[in-house]
Design a protein around this ligand. Structure first.
Ligand code: CP
Ligand code: NVA
Length: 312
């Protein structure tokens, strides 16, 4: 069983996992969701401790990790940037070694992706990427789970992403490639996903047979798509560019007109928080609210699958 090999491993980059492992983690999330809803005893992490560090705001990641860990029998402790000032009050190397003395796993939300990599190098416990400027792998595990629940398979599916080629896009590209789905990203030329992340996704896609397309037409991107995915135009840390970005991305709004080009059974997903009338209209959002809030719900189960696998 390939998941057993992941005990003690970090969850920082999706490309560190095989297609088989990602597919098994998605299925484990679905299984844990069923068990939780049937009030089954899930004491898989009894007596363990999870530490969560946030240098940026969070609603979903914080609550889904904390409550999910508790549902597995673990204790969870949150520390915020203002409490320890990661990398400033003391070095990241020392902080990693100190937290490793108390906890059994740690989640980190940072600006610089390199901070998470450096922390992991010095930590003796599994480290989970809870969003960096480069990637958001836990989000994508929940998204894949939502897509699998909705369509029953990844075979023959086309994902599309419209808007800013950001951390979520980088991870979505790799996630789609890992599960063998096609993906088309429609974004302005100067706001494409990270070049290296595209290369990584392409090299995975060569093995799994998925097709990756990065174009500037949102219409072409969503054409015949089964999934239309959106995220904010201004990510955390880019607030100073808000007005400028609103102007640049105004042709990249997810609305009913755009969605009319997709497959007739398409769903719209959004990682949230959403800025309605900007990247998505309120109308399109509400039509897809069932899927979007199931996606938010699945953050908890997808992360329970990750924690139960690497922390157990
Ligand atoms: N989608 C997501 O990661 O939400 P938070 O920023 O609220 O955690
Ligand atoms: N791209 C967004 C995702 C929020 C969950 C950000 O980094 O702010």
């Amino acid at each position: 069983m390939s998941l057993a090999e992941l005990k003690g491993k970090d969850f920082i980059n999706l490309e560190d996992f095989t297609s088989k492992q990602i597919l098994e983690l998605v299925d484990l999330g679905i299984k844990l969701k069923k068990k939780t809803k049937n009030n089954k005893d899930l004491n898989l992490l009894k007596g363990k401790n999870l530490v969560m560090y946030f240098a940026k705001p969070s609603l979903r990641t914080r609550l889904s990790f904390e409550i999910g860990a508790k549902k597995l029998g673990a204790n969870a402790v949150v520390i915020k940037q203002e409490e320890i000032i990661l990398g400033a009050r003391e070095s990241i190397e020392d902080t990693a070694r100190v937290i490793s003395q108390y906890a059994d796993a740690v989640t980190l939300r940072t600006f610089k992706h390199e901070d998470v990599e450096l922390f992991a190098k010095y930590a003796s416990i599994p480290v989970v990427n809870a969003l960096t400027d480069l990637s958001h792998p836990c989000q994508i595990m929940a998204d894949l789970m939502t897509i699998k629940e909705t369509f029953g398979t990844f075979k023959g599916l086309k994902f599309s992403y419209v808007g800013d080629g950001n951390n979520v896009t980088n991870s979505l590209l790799k996630g789609a490639a890992l599960v063998g789905a096609d993906i088309s990203v429609g974004c302005p030329n100067d706001y494409k996903p990270n070049e290296n992340q595209i290369k990584i996704a392409q090299s995975i896609a060569e093995k799994t047979g998925s097709k990756i397309q990065i174009i500037d037409s949102p219409y072409e991107a969503v054409k015949n798509a089964h999934v239309i995915y959106g995220d904010v135009w201004t990510s955390m840390g880019q607030e100073a560019e808000y007005e400028q970005r609103k102007e640049i991305f105004k042709g990249y709004q997810i609305n009913d007109g755009l969605c009319a080009n997709a497959d007739k059974n398409h769903i719209v997903l959004h990682c949230l928080p959403a800025h309605k009338s900007e990247e998505i209209t309120g109308e399109t959002f509400e039509k897809n609210a069932k899927h979007i809030f199931n996606q938010a719900q699945n953050r908890m189960y997808a992360q329970m699958a990750i924690l139960a696998t690497i922390m157990a």
